[in-house]
Design a protein around this ligand. Structure first.
Ligand code: SF4
Length: 418
């Protein structure tokens, strides 16, 4: 085990992806310590043939909440293609009961995200009010930008640390239309960027992001070629900067493996890596020229390790994924252990309302997956963002070191999103 606790967060990570530092925050650390102690006691009891201690009354600290599977786009590169527009709905009272239960168990942050477009949900604004005013959690929204007015309606509730990120992926409307295939009149990139300013006007404390998934020639979703946008990295950055976004975030294109996990397709990545890496580096350098005191360019962890030729390091997971306790996906399809396995049966914690009614179904489902879901196998093709923090937690559980030494308290940051 690494003897220096200060070095146990992976170097070079953007703060938003430095999950080790986030977990050391005074607001999250006590629950992490309780979890680590429980896993230590569990392993010791099993080794001694004694009765296993029960799971403490913990829940996820952070969730991805899919409000709906409905979407008004048909993006060629959509990772959730097979789960879109299904006739499945949350029951509002059950969903609120689930969220209250998770809040009682330590839920700190919620990301309203996909499987569909969150603003398509009829109760989107009411749900934002519930999460901010009744539960007081940190809140983020990932949207396709087509209904910015709805986000602006509740943006005054967003505080420092909250964020809205629009998945736009293009610098020109021509590429935007070809990639996203929006259904409905008048949805164009310029109009989306112009209306994004309304969100920032109403919620000046939040961070507004422009998300850009980089695609390249030869990249496929299943057997369908995706539209290339690699050449528009700088154009998109200029657009974002001009329209008052706080940052642009670049990520590499991901695909779904046959069994459902979200992966960087090795064939595509290897076959095209030299030319693609050079082109992305050029695009990033050009984008960074637009950085200033109020606008940043972010390269995701996946992109950094792809460019460094280290992405396969991030496919090596411990057998137990500890993040499946810390962060889950709540969707109309059910509760899942990870966004990379949204909709995958083996990764299912329970039904959509598994955290409702006291949370016993979800609690039991989480404990079962901690034992049965072998991340070293099931995630062996996933370039997992949580690779460093999972190994950090595994190291803590697998040792008898004093946790105040091994996992010292950190500073409270702005952000508890996992
Ligand atoms: S190891 Fe990574 S990809 Fe696999 S379930 Fe855990 S967080 Fe998700």
């Amino acid at each position: 085990m690494n003897p220096d606790p200060a070095t146990r967060s992976a170097p070079g990570l953007e703060a938003i992806h430095d999950f080790g530092a986030k977990l050391r925050q005074p607001s999250l650390r006590p629950a992490v310590l309780e979890y680590v102690q429980w896993r230590r006691q569990l392993r010791a009891a099993r080794a001694a043939g004694a009765a296993a201690p029960p799971m403490p009354p913990l829940g996820p600290a952070s969730i991805n909440l899919d409000l709906t599977t409905a979407c008004n786009y048909a993006c060629d590169h959509c990772i959730d293609w097979d789960a879109l527009n299904l006739p499945l709905r949350h029951q509002d009272d059950e969903l609120r009961d689930s969220l209250r239960e998770m809040a009682r168990r330590g839920l700190r942050s919620v990301i309203l995200i996909g499987g569909g477009e969150p603003t398509m949900h009829r109760g989107f604004c009411d749900m934002v009010r519930f999460l901010k005013q009744e539960l007081g959690v940190q809140l983020a929204v990932v949207s396709n930008g087509s209904r910015n007015q709805r986000i602006a309606e509740v943006a005054h509730l967003f505080e420092r640390g909250d964020w809205v990120r629009l998945s736009l992926d293009a610098g020109s409307d021509e590429v935007f239309q070809a990639m996203h295939n929006p259904k409905g009149q008048g949805i164009d990139l310029q109009q989306i960027c112009a209306s994004a300013a309304l969100i920032k006007d109403q919620g000046p404390e939040m961070q507004l992001g422009f998300s850009f998934v980089i695609t390249w020639k030869g990249a496929l979703r299943d057997s369908t070629a995706v539209v290339e946008n690699l050449h528009e990295m700088e154009q998109a950055t200029a657009l974002a900067s001009r329209h008052g976004f706080d940052y642009i975030s670049f990520k590499p294109f991901l695909n779904r493996a046959e069994e459902g996990a979200e992966v960087m397709d090795p064939g595509t990545a290897q076959a095209s890596s030299a030319a693609v890496v050079a082109a992305i580096e050029t695009g990033l350098a050009a984008a960074r020229k637009h950085e200033n005191a109020s606008f940043r360019v972010i390269a995701s962890t996946n992109l950094q390790v792809f460019l460094q030729g280290r992405w396969q390091d991030y496919t090596v997971q411990p057998r137990e994924c500890h993040m499946q306790w810390l962060r889950q996906v709540v969707s109309p399809l059910g509760v899942y252990n990870c966004p990379a396995h949204r909709g995958v049966y083996k990764a299912r914690v329970g039904g959509a309302a598994a955290w409702a009614g006291g949370g016993s179904e979800a609690s039991a489902g989480t404990a079962r997956l901690l034992d049965e879901f072998d991340a070293s196998q099931e995630c062996a093709e996933v370039t997992c963002l949580y690779h460093p923090v999972n190994h950090l937690l595994e190291g803590l559980i697998d040792s008898d070191e004093d946790l105040d030494q091994a996992f010292p308290r950190g500073a409270e940051g702005q952000d508890s999103f996992l």
